[in-house]
Every structure is written in C-alpha cells, then in structure tokens.
Ligand binder design. Structure first.
Ligand SMILES: Cc1cc2nc3c(=O)[nH]c(=O)nc-3n(C[C@H](O)[C@H](O)[C@H](O)COP(=O)(O)OP(=O)(O)OC[C@H]3O[C@@H](n4cnc5c(N)ncnc54)[C@H](O)[C@@H]3O)c2cc1C
Length: 478
C-alpha cells in the first residue's frame, strides 16, 4: 500500500459515492482513529500533549446503503487499500487502530430498523446504536434483550463482529444465539446474503464465520435479530456468601439444576467491598445479584428454588436493595475510565471464561499475577453456563509516565492471559481479540488453529485489505 493508492482511492470514492460521504477533515480522522483500548487512550493522551502523532486513517467513508459498501470494498480491493470497519468505536481490544493510508468505513448511516411482529424479528442496519434499536423496538412492544454495558455507544454490527454479550445473557443468550440472518459485503464488493431462518441444516453455518470476525473478513451491513416482548415481570434478589468460593458453588449448583435467572453476577470480596460499601457486608463477603424475568408464577417458584440452593451453600438473602443499586448504576464505567485518564495511570477489565472445574484456579492465578505486577485487582463472575462461566478481572495500576504505563499495562495483560491459559481458560469471553490479545490467541489455538483461521482469511480476503492485524491475521501495513 502506498500513499498514492490512498489518494487515488479518495478520488475514486468521492466520484462514486459523492463528496459528502468521504471526509478527510482532521476532526473525523482523529475521531475514527481510536476507540477505547487502554493503549489507545494512553496514546491519545500522549498525542494531545504533543509527545507523539495520532494514528489516523487517510479518510472516513460513511456509506448510506449496502450498495455503497460494495462500491467501497471494490475500490479498496482494486487499489489494495486497507479498510477498517468502524461502528461505535467502543471496542476495548484495539480492533479499529488504523494503519496509515487506510479507509475508516463508518457504518453509522446504515441504521434502518424493520420489525416483523408476526415472526418477532427485526431486520436492522449494522450501524444502528444499541439504544436506537431499543427505543425503536420498545415503542412497538419488543426488546432485543441484549444490554451490554456499552448499550449507548456500541452498534449492532460491532456486537456481531466482536461476539458480544449483554448483561441478561443467562436467559436471553449471547449475540450468536440471537442473529438469524446476516448481510456481509466481501472484499471485491460481492454481497453475501444469509437469509433468516429459525434453524437450518444446510451445511456449516456460514453466519458463524462472521460472528466474531472483527472486520477481518468483510463488512456486516445488516442482521436479522430475534426479539422478546417487553413488560415481562422481573424479580430482583441478592444474596451474600461468607466467601467467593461458596458463591461459586451455589451458582454452579442452581445453573446445573436448570434455573435460568436473566442476570447472574457474583462479586469477590474485593469488588463487593468496592461496589456495595453502603450495604454493611462482612469483610470476606461475596455479593450475588440475581434478576429473574418471565411469567409471574414461574419466576417466583424459580427464585425460591435458587434461594434454597444459595442458603444450602452458606448464603443469606440481602433483599432487592443491592440489585436495585446495580440497576441504577449499570451503565456507569467512570472509575475504569478515570484509571486511564491521569499521567501514568492504567486500568482495564479483562474477561475470560473457564469450566467450573478450572474457574477457582483461573481466578486465584489471575489475581496473583495482577498483585505480582503491583496492580490492584478484584473480580466478578457473570454470563454463566451449565459448564462454566465468564470471569472479569478488573485491575488498575500506576507507572511514572504514560509511555511506561503502556508497557506496564501490556505486561499485566500478557501475564493475566498466560495464567488464564495455563489453567485451561479462554482468553476472551466477549470483548474479542483485536490487536491487544492477538499474541495470546495464537497460544490459545496453537499452530493448527491459527492455520485454519489464516486459511479463512485468505479465502475471504486474499489481498489482506480487511482490518489487517486483528485476530493476529494479516500483518498491519506500516
Ligand atoms: C464502557 C464499556 C462497556 C462495555 N461493555 C460491554 C459489554 O457489556 N459486553 C460486551 O460484549 N462488550 C462490552 N464492551 C466492549 C464493546 O462495547 C463491544 O466490543 C462492542 O460490541 C463494540 O461495538 P462497536 O459498535 O463500538 O464496535 P467498534 O468498536 O467500532 O468495532 C469493534 C470491532 O468490530 C469491527 N466492526 C465494527 N462494526 C463492524 C461491521 N459492521 N462489520 C464488520 N466489522 C465491524 C471493528 O472493525 C472492530 O474490529 C464495552 C466497552 C465499553 C467502552
């Protein structure tokens, strides 16, 4: 890729799409040149202080239709110019870092929403923000039931591209359980339209190739999503355990017994003390939050069964108060953001998954690694399954300078993921891999796994124009 190719691409894109859809304004290039990966936040801070230059794309393109996206990928492929799909820019693993001379393909104008109330589905543009989707669905008596903490700042296409999870996942499933149709534009400009169906046995599920593809194989332009009716009764219930392990035992037990609360969140003693300081919890106490959703009598009975299991594991009821508190603050991530704002500070939430049999060792080893690196850390479990759960390790530390903070941050993340792998965990449950976890992905999949992923990349994107570098595929062009 040369800068001449990028310049030619900008001219051709303007001719094909119109001037107004192709921006080279610095404000757009800077805005789309970063997301929320802590390394990007530190680099942005350094750039603002004049220490380094911002990483920016050559232009930001805002297609208004799938046809426009076909045009962009045809031109980019012919000229071998890298394309970085950009949704809300809320990704936290370095999935949208722009190689110099690249096109940032901003999907936000692809935001149509068409509801089919008979089949309880919606066909939705990939650039639709979560909150836009919910507002439109709620007005027609539906919800998608997928509420990531980034609901206000992330898009449907971003959710699909990163294999996202919402806080109600234990009942409603993760994104891959809710997408029944997908439109993807492939490099070269061909549209792959995977028609919606409740299920099919028509060979391997091609949708899976793109759910979690992080923009490395093509651009998702629309999806068909399964909906849930709004207004179903909910029941809030909290329980405190003497130790985190007793809480884990209880959650494993009630999930394996078949209970499916919509929300299950179990905090270790460190995070319990941090989040529930106003609730007079004993020193080592671990808080469990539960939200049941469904038909009145069913959720009443289900909550009784779960409460009985929790009591049997040593827990006692803490009423609805702690859950109400979480509900009111559930979109607030200011303390994590603040950790990255000051000179030398770094902070992140690393989410991994493990089988129940491995989870205690994964938890203990990851917390130990954070402490060994001089970072403060605590953890919680959420998104639970019959076979295991997702574990979030939240850490923060300080280095002398922002430059040092990047090295310190990466050393902590590499250490955390290595200890997760050493105890049979998976290095991401739902944030994805991006560039930040790419090295660990290779360790996770091994040579044969990476060869298979590389073969897929080669098949869909032979000229390596799609988001080079994410998932450890296709070298970043520098
Ligand atoms: C405060 C905060 C809270 C968060 N909470 C959650 C949470 O609860 N659950 C969760 O899963 N994640 C969470 N995240 C992470 C993030 O919101 C998700 O990864 C989200 O899915 C990203 O969506 P986006 O539209 O912002 O994508 P972007 O950040 O724009 O892009 C992310 C990746 O997807 C690719 N991509 C985006 N759109 C497309 C497309 N149309 N076609 C192909 N590739 C595309 C990009 O190239 C990039 O690789 C959180 C992040 C923040 C900052």
């Amino acid at each position: 890729m040369t800068s001449t190719a990028a310049t030619t691409a900008i001219t051709e894109l303007r001719r094909a799409l119109g001037e107004e859809k192709v921006s080279t304004a610095p404000v757009d290039l800077i805005a789309n040149g970063r997301a929320v990966w802590p390394v990007e936040l530190k680099q942005a801070r350094r750039a603002m202080l004049g220490e380094i230059e911002f990483d920016i794309p050559a232009c930001v393109v805002r297609p208004g239709s799938t046809d426009d996206v076909c045009t962009v990928l045809r031109i980019a492929d012919e000229l071998r110019v890298p394309v970085i799909p950009y949704g809300g820019g809320s990704g936290i693993v370095g999935g949208t870092v722009p190689p110099p001379g690249s096109i940032s393909l901003d999907t936000k104008a692809l935001n149509h929403i068409d509801v089919d109330p008979v089949s309880m589905i919606a066909r939705v543009g990939a650039g639709c923000f979560g909150i836009e989707l919910e507002t439109a669905l709620n007005s027609q008596g539906f919800t998608f039931g997928h509420y990531p903490q980034s609901l206000y700042v992330s898009t449907v296409g971003g959710w699909i591209a990163t294999r996202a999870s919402g806080t109600f996942s234990t009942l409603h499933g993760n994104i891959e359980d809710r997408v029944i149709g997908l439109d993807v534009v492939l490099p070269g400009g061909k549209l792959l339209s995977l028609a919606p169906s409740p299920r099919s046995a028509t060979g391997p599920d091609l949708k899976s190739c793109f759910i979690g593809s992080e923009g490395a194989f093509g651009v998702i332009t629309a999806a068909t999503l399964e909906l849930v009716p709004t207004g179903r009764p909910r029941l809030h219930q909290a329980c405190v355990f003497p130790t985190f392990q007793q809480g884990l035992d209880a959650v494993q037990h009630f999930i394996q017994a078949g209970a499916r609360p919509a929300v299950v969140r179990l905090y270790d003693s460190g995070e319990t003390a941090h989040k529930f300081a106003n609730f007079s919890i004993p020193a080592e106490g671990a808080m469990l939050l539960l939200i049941f959703e469904g038909t009145g009598t069913i959720i009443e009975r289900e909550s009784e069964v779960v409460e009985e299991i929790c009591r049997g594991a040593g827990g006692h009821s803490a009423g609805a108060g702690p859950v109400d508190h979480w509900w009111q603050t559930r979109f607030d991530t200011s303390s994590l953001a603040a950790g990255n704002c000051g000179e030398g500070g770094y902070a992140d939430a690393i989410e991994v998954s493990a089988l129940w049999g491995d989870l205690p060792a994964v938890y203990a080893s990851m917390l130990q690694v954070a402490t060994d690196h001089g970072a403060r850390a605590f953890a919680h479990v959420s998104h639970v399954y019959q076979s295991g759960a997702c574990l979030y390790v939240i850490f923060a530390g300080e280095a002398k300078t922002d430059r040092d903070a990047i090295d310190a941050y990466q050393a902590v993340v590499d250490g955390l993921l290595a200890s997760c792998l050493a105890n049979n965990g998976a290095v991401s449950h739902h944030h994805g891999v991006g560039r930040g976890k790419a090295r660990s992905l290779a360790a996770q999949h091994g040579p044969a796994g990476m060869e298979a992923l590389t073969a897929l990349k080669q098949a869909f994107d032979p000229h390596n124009i799609m988001n080079p570098g994410v998932l450890g595929l296709g070298e970043m062009v520098r």
